[in-house]
Design a binder for this molecule. Sequence first.
Ligand code: FE2
Length: 170
Amino acid sequence: MAAPKKLRTMFGADDELQAFAEHWLSGPGCLSGASSLAHTDGAMVACLYRDSTFQVELCCVPPGFVIPDHVHPHADTIEVPVAGVLRLHVNGKDVYAGRCDERVQRLNRGSGIRINHTDVHGTAAPVGETGAMFLSIQKWLGCEPLSVLTDYLGRPLGEGHQEMLDAANL
Ligand SMILES: [Fe+2]
């Protein structure tokens, strides 16, 4: 079997999560475990893969969407943009500050951004006119995988999301 393709990851680490991300992205059957879809307040999150430690979700947000600052307290993640322009804000820093949308898309192509479970993140600007999709490749810490929609501390995406968080009671 061929070695997994290297994934260039901003803030990345040479660890199990990076190795899983490269392995999963290189596999011919990476979508064969797709199982469930959750949506709220215009955002959709589809589970593409889940085992007892690792999970991959496809997150889709519409044009103009704003993701408030938040953390996922039980998951380290690598976010891999798939389409659209998503300008991330990580620990108070706009990671693409000063770069035009075209440059952000070029930088994003085939690369990832590491966001650990203590990293406060959200969008630095509303999502562009085509909306945005990104893979969230996750390693779960001390519990079985949940959705990043419910393992979420911060201002919710909207009323529906608040109800989802209340029901999850985390
Ligand atoms: Fe997040």
